[in-house]
Each structure stands twice: as structure tokens, then as C-alpha cells.
Write a protein of this length. Structure first.
Length: 349
């Protein structure tokens, strides 16, 4: 087999995987819209998606089920691509927004924006929840705190010359610090705010709105576009800093900007949906196992797998039990054992 044919086969396999992932997301989205107390067949779903008529079924599709499905796709894709970039630039397979403490830092910032700076309101009587009335304030607070956590990681890497394993341990410390901040906010809040903060920390797609989806989509497109632009730099950095510098990559600058962009993605998702753990760890590992470490394909693959995993978790959390559970509980139940397995595997190596 010639080199040209081998390369075409190499790329064709990955393109087939990516196209299959897109089709799977579309099918799962339609299935998500179909499930629920209001019965809808597939013909009705297609008709209502194309020609909404103002009926109750149309309201169910456009105001209840479709926004949550799209939220799962966008949030899963955002956390997945943030995770794969972190793993590449830190050369650490255990890196992700959740394990490095960035998710918890963003969660603290978002809660601070909602409770202290008036970025949201606490509503509800039977079940309290937080409603983001000022997405800019909440996302800005989440981003600032996420950047504080990112800055700690960068300082440890550049000044203290910490190893990859030490960075993960630092992430655990960052999680503990901002978890304490969340606990403090819970302590000083009133009863409704306490219920809201606790429920919000679990991670839920139930209070999504089209305006929040629009903001997340814009941030995802811009940041993911930057990541794809830097895909060759990430490939070089995975080979080692010396190799990357030899190829002309500004390692420090690329790492800082990429971590900041990952923090922005994480902050945006967490500010609206709460902590959805381990998607940034699960997505990249599944994608890389199936299509390899080449970031030309692994970036898109991690986005697709992250979206698929969160869609499946949303279906399980919404319909597998007698009551709907927060989706963050399902992702943590999946991601926790996977994280332990990765730790054991890395320890053996």
C-alpha cells in the first residue's frame, strides 16, 4: 500500500467516525424530543419542527424538550473540547475542567454573581431554583473565578515546575478551596437560596432558555474556532515542549491563551447549568481511543462524544427513574469510576 493510499485510509476512517457522530446526535435529539408524558410520533416531531402551529404539542417540542436537547449538545461539546485541549497543552490525560478545579471555581463565581451581585433571582416554592436574570454578570463572575483557578495552574507549571501528576493534585486543592466558598455562600443564604444553590450545584438542564443557548453557542463557536486554528500547535505540544519550540510554537503563550479560552467555555456552561462533572474527561478519552490523538480530528471527536454522552445522561436522568434527576448526578456516577480507572492505569505505567 502506498503512502498516499495509507493516508487516505487513515483520514477516511476518522471522517466516517465524525459523520457517524453527527448522525447519532441528530437521532438522539429526535428520540429525546419524542420521550415524555406527551406522546409524539416521529412524523409529528418533524412537522412541528418545520411548521410550529402554537398547539400544546408544539409548545412541548419548542419550549420544553428541544431546548434541553440542544443544551445537552452544546454543553457536552463545550466541555469535551475544553477537556481535550487541556489534556494536550498540559500533556496530562487526567486534565479536564472538573479535575483541575475550574468547574468548581466557575460554580463559585456564578453563585456569587447570583446571590451577591444580583445576577439572578431565586424563585419557586415547592422546588426552588435559580433563574439567571443577568447572564453577563453571572458569566463574568464565573469567568473571573475560573481564571483565578487557571492562573494558579499556570503559575505552578511555569514557576514551580510542577509535574503533570502534581497539577492534578493541585486541581483537587482548588476544588476544595472553591467548594469551601460555595459552602460559605450556602451558610449565609436564606432558605430558598440554599435550596437553589444546592440544586444548581448538581448540574441540570431543566431551566434552559433560548437566550442562554444563544450565548453558549456564540462562545462555543468562537472558542472552538480558535482551538481548530491552533490544532497543529497542540499536536506539537503533545510531543514535548522542546519539540514544540523547535517547530516554532510559542508554548507559554499558546498554553495561557488556550487555558483562558477553556476557562471561558467552562464558565459559560457552569453559569447556566451548574456543575456537570467529568464530561471533559470522558469525551476526549473515548474519542482518542476510537480515532487517535491527532487533534485535527480529536477536537471534533471530543465535541461529538461529549455531546452524545451528555445527551444519553440527560435521557437517563429524565426518564429512567420515577422522578427526574439532575444530569450532573448521572455524569458523576459515570465519570467517577472512569477517573479511578485512569489513575490506576497511569500508576501502572
Amino acid at each position: 500500500m502506498t503512502a498516499a493510499k495509507a493516508y487516505l485510509r487513515y483520514t477516511r476512517t476518522k471522517v466516517v467516525f465524525l459523520v457517524s457522530g453527527v448522525l447519532a446526535i441528530v437521532l438522539l435529539t429526535v428520540l429525546t424530543i419524542r420521550l415524555g408524558a406527551t406522546e409524539l410520533d416521529y412524523a409529528d416531531i418533524v412537522r412541528l419542527l418545520l411548521w410550529p402551529d402554537g398547539s400544546w404539542s408544539s409548545t412541548v417540542v419548542w419550549d420544553l424538550r428541544l431546548p434541553r436537547a440542544i443544551a445537552a449538545v452544546l454543553a457536552g461539546a463545550a466541555l469535551g473540547v475544553a477537556g481535550v485541549v487541556m489534556q494536550s497543552i498540559l500533556r496530562n490525560p487526567l486534565a479536564s475542567p472538573f479535575t483541575l478545579g475550574i468547574s468548581n471555581a466557575a460554580a463559585f463565581g456564578a453563585a456569587l454573581g447570583i446571590v451577591v451581585f444580583g445576577g439572578g433571582s431565586m424563585v419557586g416554592s415547592v422546588q426552588a431554583f435559580s433563574m439567571v436574570s443577568d447572564p453577563l454578570v453571572v458569566t463574568l463572575c464565573a469567568f473571573v473565578c475560573a481564571m483565578v483557578a487557571t492562573g494558579v495552574i499556570v503559575v505552578l507549571m511555569q514557576l514551580a515546575e510542577c509535574t503533570a501528576e502534581t497539577i492534578v493534585l493541585a486541581g483537587l486543592a482548588i476544588n476544595a478551596i472553591f467548594g469551601t466558598g460555595l459552602a460559605l455562600l450556602t451558610f449565609v443564604a436564606d432558605d430558598v437560596a440554599i435550596a437553589s444553590i444546592v440544586f444548581w450545584q448538581f448540574g441540570s438542564l431543566s431551566k434552559v432558555s433560548w437566550s442562554s443557548l444563544g450565548l453558549i453557542a456564540v462562545v462555543l463557536v468562537v472558542v472552538a474556532g480558535f482551538f481548530f486554528w491552533k490544532r497543529w500547535d497542540y499536536n506539537a505540544m503533545e510531543a514535548g515542549e522542546e519539540v514544540a519550540r523547535g517547530l516554532g510554537v510559542g508554548v507559554v503563550g499558546v498554553r495561557l491563551v488556550s487555558l483562558s479560552a477553556s476557562a471561558l467555555l467552562t464558565a459559560t456552561v457552569v453559569s447556566f447549568f451548574g456543575i456537570i462533572g467529568f464530561i471533559g474527561l470522558i469525551g476526549p478519552h473515548i474519542a482518542k481511543r476510537l480515532i487517535g490523538n491527532d487533534n485535527r480530528f480529536a477536537l471534533a471527536g471530543s465535541m461529538l462524544v461529549g455531546a452524545l454522552v451528555l445527551l444519553l445522561a440527560h435521557i437517563v436522568s429524565s426518564y429512567a427513574f420515577s422522578v427526574a434527576l439532575p444530569v450532573g448526578l448521572i455524569t458523576s456516577a459515570i465519570g467517577g469510576p472512569l477517573f479511578l480507572a485512569l489513575l490506576l492505569r497511569k500508576g501502572k505505567q
